[in-house]
Write a protein that binds this ligand. Structure first.
Ligand SMILES: Cc1cc2nc3c(=O)[nH]c(=O)nc-3n(C[C@H](O)[C@H](O)[C@H](O)COP(=O)(O)OP(=O)(O)OC[C@H]3O[C@@H](n4cnc5c(N)ncnc54)[C@H](O)[C@@H]3O)c2cc1C
Length: 613
């Protein structure tokens, strides 16, 4: 049956709470659930901007959904400033605005970073080893990845029919956040998987165990029997009824306020009702945890006077704590693709076009309500992907790595940063360290640089997994309580274009494989006339997807003298009783989508906070 709506929510607040979580999204609800579970005598309040909603899967039958992209009240729509290196196009990106946050609206692709991503994160996150419980390397995080989801293997018949493989030992959690394989694939699915094999990409049994340099089956965040979306609102709130766990919806955290100094007690939380616009404070006696997501977490901090002094000054906000990294260091996954036509197509059935056949559509709709669910609606966007290291993409990979090293050595790397980022020496120091770390990742033949997913159709895109360009998230001066002003900066570091070029040329090699040639594949885009580097760069700039909906890194975990906002214990540098727990905390993007990481970060954060209290 479809999900029940999440009805339970408070209307009458207590006089004060021990913990207040600002934002009821993926990481925020994970933390809140664990804190309320660990401390029955302490109270936890989640303040959520959005409402409780039915959260359909990405491809549920239309009648069950809430209207599709653009029509929903359940997400913020973010349109970036024009991106100069993408012919002034704007990035279009969504962010969840509902109990469950982005986990309730995302594409349900449920992969994990590689172990090398996590190890690289931990090297830039802190200046020393610190407490064993504050480490973010793969070995420290793996138990939290395991704990954060319940994986269910597909029935043997489905596994045999689809060729699914997995390794149960990398899972093992019992949290009601579900990870499973859909029983359905489109008829042309294996064409592209076979093409990937033709390219020499190794087939991996499992990609969630730290190594993912190959061809992967990726589970989806959905229930193994009903195939309904699994998300934080259901798993970490609806299924966690406790008298000490409150959630209030349709309220915006405006800012945090330190009435008696930023280094003394936890701040008050200033909240605005979105129903009647009243503004009031809520007291947290232990901690405030900001989990409002990559765009709104820095907005809350900036409205609180915590941020870069010049940015706060421009917004007329008195500086409470000069922390230049707030809202800086913004990143997202981006990349362009190829498309083709078949001149001798195979008998690929079914295809999405089959849905225009009334009998097929009726069966698909009926199948989705069967137990277990079956048919096309059980498949979200895609559950198949390749992750390819740069060393396997281009023989010139070491030239790219050398170029990164040379712009670090001669200092010119800083010139590619946004002006209000490069005006701060700590931010530059942190960026240089990030670049050096990314150079190491790109030089390592075990670390993916390109991701490409496939479900059906005649096109694929390349995702640049470790971009070097940086943007910013700043308060919207015309509407400080609204969606912030987002500057993407995609491709502003020209070495990203070396990577985009290599990725594009690599994808084009698919067209010459035995498999695609056997169906008479003919390249449509970029097209035969696009051959020189200049022509291909022009194509990439014109057609690039600027956001694969993985924004991150706006309150990065790095030392303060490297432009960081939080330490490895998640505490905001220099502020008492204030932590950040969401995808803002990454120093740079990993080789993965972000929801599995957001849950694991929530679990790890809860572990740290529970130990502290
Ligand atoms: C359309 C889309 C598709 C995606 N597809 C995938 C995918 O297929 N696979 C994958 O792994 N990842 C995907 N992602 C990314 C992933 O879902 C997110 O990175 C992750 O869920 C973010 O978690 P979070 O905890 O940082 O923030 P969120 O889960 O976004 O939570 C932030 C919460 O804070 C609330 N909030 C904001 N401002 C305030 C305020 N001032 N006061 C109170 N509350 C506030 C929001 O309403 C929201 O509920 C996708 C994301 C999107 C948007």
């Amino acid at each position: 049956a479809p999900h029940p709506a999440i009805k339970r929510q408070v209307t009458q607040l207590r006089p004060q709470y021990d913990f207040i979580v600002a934002g009821g999204g993926t990481s925020g609800l994970t933390v809140a659930n664990r804190l309320s579970e660990a401390f029955p005598q302490k109270t936890v309040l989640v303040v959520e901007y959005g409402d409780v909603e039915y959260a359909p899967g990405i491809f549920d039958p239309p009648l069950a959904t809430w209207g599709g992209v653009g029509a929903s009240a359940s997400y913020f729509v973010v349109q970036s400033l024009p991106v100069p290196d993408a012919k002034n196009a704007s990035a279009f990106v969504l962010a969840g605005k509902v109990v469950g946050g982005s986990s309730a609206i995302n594409g349900m692709f449920f992969d994990r970073p590689s172990q090398y991503d996590m190890d690289a994160w931990s090297t830039v996150a802190s200046s020393g080893l610190g407490s064993i419980h504050h480490r973010w390397d793969w070995n420290s995080m793996f138990p939290f990845f395991k704990k954060s989801v319940t994986f269910t293997a597909p029935p043997p018949a489905v596994a045999a029919q689809r060729g699914y493989t997995w390794d149960a030992s990398v899972y093992g959690g019992s949290t009601p956040i579900y990870s499973s394989f859909p029983p359905f694939l489109w008829g042309d699915h294996n064409v592209v998987r076979n093409t990937w094999t033709d390219l020499g990409i190794p087939t991996l049994q499992e990609c969630a165990g730290g190594k993912k340099d190959g061809k992967c089956w990726i589970p989806l965040s959905q229930h193994p029997v009903t195939a309904r979306r699994s998300h934080a609102g259901l798993g970490h709130y609806l299924n966690a009824t406790r008298p000490n766990y409150d959630l209030i919806v349709k309220h915006q955290v405006i800012r945090v306020v330190y009435p008696s100094g930023i280094e003394s007690r936890p701040p008050l939380v200033e909240v605005r009702s979105l129903v009647d616009n009243t503004v009031f404070n809520i007291t947290a006696t232990a901690e405030v945890i900001v989990s409002a997501g990559v765009f709104h977490t820095p907005a809350i901090l900036q409205r609180s006077g915590i941020g870069k002094a010049s940015v706060l000054g421009a917004a007329g906000i008195p500086v409470v704590l000069d922390l230049p990294g707030v809202g800086s260091n913004f990143q997202d996954h981006s990349g362009s693709g190829i498309s083709w036509n078949y001149s001798a197509p195979g008998n690929f059935t079914p295809l999405p076009s089959s849905m225009s056949n009334p009998a097929f559509l009726a069966d698909a709709t009926a199948g989705f309500d069967e137990i277990p669910a079956r048919g096309p609606y059980t498949l979200a966007g895609s559950n198949s992907a390749i992750f390819v290291p740069l060393a396997n993409i281009t023989a010139d990979y070491q030239t790219i790595v050398s170029r990164i090293k040379s712009i670090i050595d001669d200092g010119s790397a800083a010139s590619y940063l946004p002006a209000d980022y490069r005006s701060d020496s700590t931010m530059i120091a942190g960026y240089m360290q990030q670049l050096a770390t990314i150079a190491k990742l790109l030089n390592d033949s075990r670390v993916p640089s390109l991701e490409s997913t496939f479900a059906t159709g005649t096109s694929v895109r390349a995702v640049n997994l470790h971009p070097m360009s940086r943007g910013t998230v700043r308060l919207n001066l015309a509407d400080p309580l609204g969606v912030p002003t987002v500057s993407y900066g995609t491709g502003s570091n020209p070495i990203d274009f070396d990577v985009y070029l290599a990725h594009s040329r690599y994808l084009r090699r698919m067209l010459n494989t035995t498999t695609l040639q056997s169906f008479g594949a003919v390249e449509v885009n970029p097209g035969a006339s696009v051959q020189t580097d200049a022509a291909l760069i022009d194509y990439i700039q014109r057609t690039m997807t600027l956001s694969f909906m993985h924004p991150c890194c706006t309150a990065a975990m790095m030392p303060k003298n490297k432009g960081g906002v939080i330490g490895p214990n998640l505490k905001v540098h220099g502020a008492a009783g204030l932590r950040v727990v969401d995808m803002s905390i990454l120093p740079f993007l990993p080789s993965s989508h972000l929801s599995a990481l957001a849950y694991a970060v929530g679990e790890k954060a809860a572990d740290i906070i529970i130990r502290d209290w």
